[in-house]
Write a new protein. Structure first.
Length: 145
C-alpha cells in the first residue's frame, strides 16, 4: 500500500505524519510505503522544520532525512490513499484530481477534524504530533482490515 500525507509546505505536519505512519506500519510488519508532500512549493528540496524534527526525535522517530517536495498530479496515480491535514489542502488537492476516482482518494487525516498548522506557535508541535499520531493509529486499524 502506498500512502501520501499532504500539508501546505511539507515542513511541519506532513513530514510528521509520514514518519509516524511509516513507523506504525513497520511495527505491524506491513510493507507500506509512506511519503509526504506540500501543496505549496516554497520549501522544495529543504528538510523538515527543525521543530518537527525535534518533536519526532523525542518520540523515537527520525524524520531528519526527509526532503520536502510539492504535490503533483502524478501522485494520484502513484498512491492508493492521500491524506491531507486541513480543508484548504483538501480542496487544493481535490481540485487537481484528473477524475472522480482520483479525487475520492483524498481525505482528511482526522476524518472530519483538521490538524492545525503549528508553524507560528512553538508550543503547538507536541499537541500536533499527538493529533497526527492518534489519526495514524486509527488509519492503521482501518486500512489493515
Amino acid at each position: 500500500m502506498k500512502i501520501l500525507m499532504v500539508c501546505l509546505g511539507n515542513i511541519c505536519r506532513s513530514p510528521l505524519a509520514e514518519g509516524i505512519m511509516q513507523q506504525l506500519a513497520d511495527k505491524q510488519g506491513f510493507n507500506w510505503q509512506v511519503d509526504s508532500a506540500g501543496t505549496g512549493g516554497w520549501h522544495v528540496g529543504e528538510g523538515p522544520d527543525r521543530r518537527s524534527v525535534r518533536v519526532a526525535r523525542e518520540h523515537g522517530i527520525d524524520i531528519s532525512k526527509q526532503v520536502c517536495r510539492q504535490f503533483s498530479k502524478s501522485d494520484f496515480e502513484l498512491f492508493d490513499h492521500i491524506f491531507v491535514m486541513d480543508k484548504y489542502n483538501l480542496s487544493d488537492v481535490q481540485a487537481m484530481a484528473p477524475h472522480a476516482l482520483a479525487a475520492a482518494k483524498v481525505k482528511l487525516l482526522l476524518g472530519t477534524k483538521e490538524v492545525p498548522d503549528p508553524y507560528f506557535a512553538n508550543e503547538m508541535f507536541e499537541p500536533v504530533f499527538k493529533l497526527i499520531e492518534d489519526g495514524c493509529e486509527e488509519l492503521i486499524r482501518v486500512l489493515a482490515k
